[in-house]
Design a protein around this ligand. Structure first.
Ligand code: FAD
Length: 395
């Protein structure tokens, strides 16, 4: 059976590995002339690591686990609001939290595929469902597929073709800058996790990488300079007076290595992730705010589910297999998307609401914070197993 994946981002490549591992012929069509790993770092939460385990790629990721200490939320000066014992979170969730360079993760996934699997410079412009197969229009000739996985990202053009009544992506008005400082700033202790500012809703986060670098991000609302050098200075100025790691990490990162975008999300849930022989995967299906570090992790869960529903499937089985994918993935991804949005709102509170949030966070017992964090990052198959065990012990 021929499975075509549209888009070679983290989600598309993971889906390609999934379909390949269960024995199908896979082609990935990527519109850009070169494979791009994307900049800065990405946090892989325990559920993402467990999903990568299902694709046979969890091992190399686990080797880069570097976070074993306290991680939390801090006020902008670095005074703790909520801290969680990460070692306990990881033990409860069954896998580590791993922060890696995006380019490394992208390379891990693309290296798991035969070199001829990914075709670059091939934008898919249209899809035609012919009932027993799908015809794809590309910049070159047409491509015939038995199953199609649309992984063309948050700005997906094909989502609108498949689900024309859906309103699509919505901006949050918040901007995020991300970078990697090559080494930790000397003489400055990091506040690992996230600093929040109840005056403006701005945030700054940092997470050490196994290779010695430090991934950081900064968020703000409203306009900022567009020139990278000017913006770098502006960002630095905006974090002056915060915990000293913020300015030190910005200073340590060249202006042209800082990636900026507006945070966007699918506010209206999609009515389905499956349309006959076509499924939506990754940000194309559930673009969410990055507040729980779950976007790519959900794409990995999608991919693990693709492997499960396409295992042993023939071309005739694809519509039913993809209905099962929708039934298993949509409720879970929608729930994570909603939780991310709630976290986004909570962390962006300003004025008396922001001060109240800080006061309440300070009162949350560390054990409760740990349990809640572990629950958020648990892999669904684990939860099902746990529910089954609970049901059988209750019976
Ligand atoms: C600031 C920020 C921080 C984040 N941090 C985390 C984190 O810590 N942990 C985490 O799990 N997630 C995180 N995420 C989310 C994560 O980055 C995304 O969920 C993930 O990268 C989505 O991958 P994707 O493959 O679905 O989409 P993309 O990476 O957008 O890939 C889509 C691909 O499709 C290609 N394409 C588009 N249209 C076509 C077409 N018509 N034909 C062919 N190819 C096409 C594009 O060129 C691109 O290569 C973060 C996101 C942001 C914005």
């Amino acid at each position: 059976m021929h499975v075509v994946v549209i888009g070679a981002g983290l989600g598309g490549l993971a889906a390609a590995v999934a379909a390949d591992r269960v024995g199908h012929t896979v082609t990935v069509l990527e519109r850009t002339p070169e494979l791009r790993g994307g900049g800065a770092g990405v946090g892989i939460m325990p559920n993402g690591v467990l999903a990568l385990d299902a694709l046979g790629l969890g091992g190399p990721v686990r080797e880069l686990a570097s976070l074993d200490e306290g991680c939390g939320m801090w006020d902008r000066h670095g005074s703790p609001l909520l801290t969680a014992d990460l070692a306990a979170v990881q033990e409860q969730a069954g896998a580590p939290v791993v922060v890696v360079r995006r380019s490394w993760l992208h390379g891990l996934l693309s290296d798991a595929l035969a070199p001829t699997t990914v075709l670059t410079d091939v934008p898919v412009t249209a899809l035609y469902d012919a009932g027993d197969h799908v015809e794809l229009r590309t910049g070159g000739g047409p491509v015939h597929a038995d199953a199609v996985i649309v992984a063309d990202g948050a700005h997906s053009g094909l989502r609108g073709t498949l689900l024309p009544d859906h309103p699509g992506l919505e901006g949050t008005g918040e901007y995020a800058a991300r970078g990697i400082a090559p080494v930790p700033p000397p003489g400055v202790e990091l506040a690992v996790g996230e600093l929040v500012d109840h005056r403006t809703g701005d945030r700054f986060g940092c997470l050490p990488l196994a290779d010695g670098g430090v991934h950081w991000f900064a968020t703000w609302h409203g306009p900022s300079p567009t020139d990278p050098v000017e913006r770098h200075g502006w960002l630095r100025e905006r974090r002056t007076g915060w915990h000293p790691a913020a300015v030190a990490l910005i200073d340590a990162t060249p202006a042209d290595a800082v990636h900026v975008l507006e945070v966007q999300q699918l506010v209206t849930p999609l009515p389905t992730l499956a349309v006959n022989r076509v499924v939506l995967l990754g940000d194309a299906g559930h673009a969410m705010t990055p507040d729980l570090g779950q976007g790519a992790c959900q794409a990995f869960e999608d991919a693990a589910t693709v492997a499960s529903v396409l295992d042993g499937a023939t071309a005739a089985d694809v519509p039913a297999a993809f209905r099962e994918y929708d039934a298993r993935r949509r409720p879970r991804a929608d729930a994570v998307l909603r939780k991310s949005r709630r976290m986004h709102r909570l962390l962006g509170l300003t004025g008396w609401r922001g001060r109240l949030r800080d006061a309440l966070l300070r009162r949350v017992p560390a054990r409760l914070a740990m349990r809640s964090m572990a629950a958020k990052h648990r892999y669904p198959e684990q939860q099902q197993g746990q529910r089954r065990r609970m049901a059988s012990s209750a019976g």
